[in-house]
Unconditional design. Structure first.
Length: 93
């Protein structure tokens, strides 16, 4: 499987967990192929699959944080504050 586009993932809400499991099983099979001296093409696709898993998890976490921000509109927890650079946080308003 090739690289998964992030913009395609944002449209799929229900399929994300299923896609994540598929990618994890593919990664496991590629790691077995690596140990058993598999083909070079399989070894190079390990990196692509790991990045795909990271993309899927990022989309899931972003969606969860967005839902929590909507739920706790009046109370802003530290985990929900938008991350920013130190300079812009300490800049006078």
């Amino acid at each position: 499987m090739g690289r998964i586009k992030t913009r395609d993932l944002r449209g799929k809400k229900e399929e994300l967990l299923k896609l994540l499991e598929e990618q994890k099983t593919e990664l496991a099979s590629l790691q077995v192929a690596k140990v058993t001296n598999g083909a070079v093409s399989k070894l190079s696709s390990i990196r692509v699959v790991r990045k795909n898993i990271a993309r899927i998890l990022t989309i899931i976490n972003q969606a969860q944080k967005l839902n929590l921000r909507k739920f706790y509109k009046t109370i802003l927890a530290l985990l929900l504050i938008v991350k920013d650079s130190r300079d812009s946080r300490h800049r006078p308003v």
